[in-house]
Design a protein around this ligand. Structure first.
Ligand SMILES: Nc1nc2c(c(=O)[nH]1)N[C@H]1C(S)=C(S)[C@@H](COP(=O)(O)O)O[C@H]1N2
Ligand SMILES: [Mo]
Length: 520
């Protein structure tokens, strides 16, 4: 008798144990659901809806939970960049989205991981759901707007689609209200251009090359090392035709061009000037270490053997050849603070931190003229120099002047790592603007009174100004005072940066509140 009880208890324990392991996943999910509804008495899983309309219109809906009798917590899934993203969306009794949680995803770890961070998830808290949520790039203007994770448009849209499917299904199921259909994939337009071909454009022509055609050109094979901006070195064996050879087949001589602009599907851009084109083979790489490159790098990436990582553009969609690039002749070197003091700053939220930023277009408007055929150059304390087209930076580019890595350029499509951090200065063809607090790290200095003075000659040279004996200089300050300086005078000057202001020293302080130095 006793033995039988022990046997039954044993069997029950085994069954319970097995059930525990089998159901553990789902009970973990249920716990996540309960966390959104601390007051709930009864939480019931609905495994599937036996309903044609619902599954046709809201294919992202996988299962749901009834909370005290009302279907309002949804497990929804939409395909992101690499695979499905599974989201838990919780709605309350008053038709308000309580919040969401990411249950599973396979997005790449370098930037799309941010879809799991609180600062992004908080954007889904306590929202009305009378309309579908709408992904926006920069500013929230309407209650339904969700600001995307910078540089992770596809992943952000997938999360929004998943939540919208929950919203649509909720209205249909509970109130028989029919909202628009929500796809469980991100629209094709969002993928920018296709991953199978790229274009090369010049003055009066262009060619499009696809990933099969690329293999038909003469191939260059090379052992190369890419050094990224954090200093990490990666050895690769790359294969692909050179840009020079591909163009030669079209009757075009790359050597006749002043530079090229290379754009990625993600909007990443870099300019490669003639100097770099002469010493580097630009390898249109489709195979690395014996394998065809990953989808995230297709159709091709360029290898630029002698240059740093930022030049090795991935997922190339366009290569533009430039006949001429207006040369730089810097005539004015401005101090950043006084130049921008009457520009309204914008508090740009970038990867969860909201910092004071300035729109570059508004800074450009301060200059007498901006040559659109010239480049916008940014330089950093570590020696990185990046050129961009003026039209690209004019819109939607910001300079972040506070917080991590400042001064640094940011834009809606910019992933972390693409930026020029700790900028010493930036310039157009005629104007340069310096950040004295960073400039001090790359020029000769000398102690002056209790401060450190920067040699003016070095500052002007780093900023890109060039002169000869017959040139002279003018220093101007914010009180509209002027000091004329011969080249000889200028060479004896120092700048001191204190409390956001720059003063000019020559033996003694000769000007405070310096605005700019002009060359005549
Ligand atoms: N299309 C595109 N290409 C790009 C980037 C990018 O963000 N988008 N990042 C650049 C930067 S800043 C670096 S350091 C390298 C990094 O290359 P890796 O991912 O092979 O290390 O790619 C460059 N090419
Ligand atoms: Mo980078």
């Amino acid at each position: 008798m006793k033995n039988r009880y022990i046997l039954i208890i044993l069997i029950l324990l085994i069954v319970a144990g097995t059930l525990f392991f089998v159901l553990n996943d789902s009970s973990e999910e249920e716990a996540a659901v309960r966390a959104f509804y601390p007051e709930a008495k009864k939480v019931t899983l609905i495994k599937g809806f036996d309903d044609l309309y619902g599954s046709l219109y809201y294919p992202a809906v996988k299962r749901a939970y009834d909370i005290d009798g009302k279907t309002c917590a949804y497990v929804v899934s939409c395909v992101g960049y690499n695979g499905p993203i599974e989201v838990l969306a919780a709605i309350d009794k008053n038709d308000c989205l309580i919040g969401i949680q990411i249950l599973n995803h396979e997005e790449s770890m370098d930037y799309a991981e941010h879809i799991e961070k609180d600062w992004f998830l908080n954007r889904f808290k306590n929202l009305p759901i009378n309309k579908y949520l709408n992904l926006v790039v920069l500013d929230k203007e309407n209650p339904e707007d969700i600001v995307q994770v910078t540089g992770a448009t596809i992943s952000s849209q997938a999360v929004v689609n998943a939540v919208n499917a929950a919203i649509g299904h909720y209205h249909y199921w509970n109130y028989n209200i029919q909202m628009a259909k929500v796809p469980d994939v991100v629209p094709q337009e969002m993928w920018q251009q296709d991953i199978n071909s790229f274009a090369i454009n010049w003055d009066d022509g262009s060619i499009r090359i696809d990933t099969d055609e690329i293999k038909e050109y003469d191939q260059l094979e090379m052992d190369v090392t890419i050094i990224n901006t954090t200093g990490t070195e990666t050895d690769m064996h790359v294969v692909g035709p050179t840009l020079l050879d591909v163009l030669e087949k079209e009757g075009i001589d790359l050597n006749e061009y002043a530079g090229i602009g290379v754009t990625g599907r993600d909007g990443y851009y870099t300019m490669i000037d003639k100097e770099k084109l002469t010493v580097n083979d630009i390898i249109l790489t489709w195979k690395v270490d014996g394998k065809i490159i990953k989808d995230e790098e297709k159709p091709i990436r360029i290898s630029v053997p002698l240059e740093l990582g930022p030049y090795w553009v991935k997922m190339v969609s366009n290569i533009d050849l430039y006949k001429e690039i207006s040369p730089k002749d810097i005539e004015k070197v401005h101090m950043f603070n006084p130049l921008t003091e009457d520009i309204e700053p914008y508090y740009y939220e970038y990867y969860g931190s909201k910092d004071k930023s300035f729109e570059i277009g508004k800074i450009l408007a301060k200059f007498e003229e901006v040559d659109e055929k010239g480049f916008f150059t940014m330089a950093a304390t570590d020696g990185l120099l990046k050129n961009e087209t003026i039209s690209l930076v004019r819109q939607r580019y910001f300079l972040k002047v506070e917080g991590d890595n400042a001064p640094m350029n940011i834009a809606p499509k910019f992933k972390l790592g693409m930026n020029v951090k700790h900028m010493t200065h930036f310039s157009t063809t005629k104007d340069a603007v310096i950040f004295p607090e960073k400039m001090i790290e790359v020029v000769r200095t000398k102690p002056i009174m209790d401060s450190e003075g920067m040699l003016l000659e070095d500052v002007l040279l780093v900023a890109g100004m060039r002169w000869d004996e017959k040139d002279s200089f003018t220093a101007l300050n914010r009180n509209e005072e002027k000091i004329e300086l011969t080249t000889e005078d200028m060479l004896k000057c120092y700048l001191i940066y204190e409390d956001g202001q720059v003063s000019l020293y020559k033996d003694k302080e000769i000007m405070t509140g310096l605005l700019r130095i002009e060359k005549k």
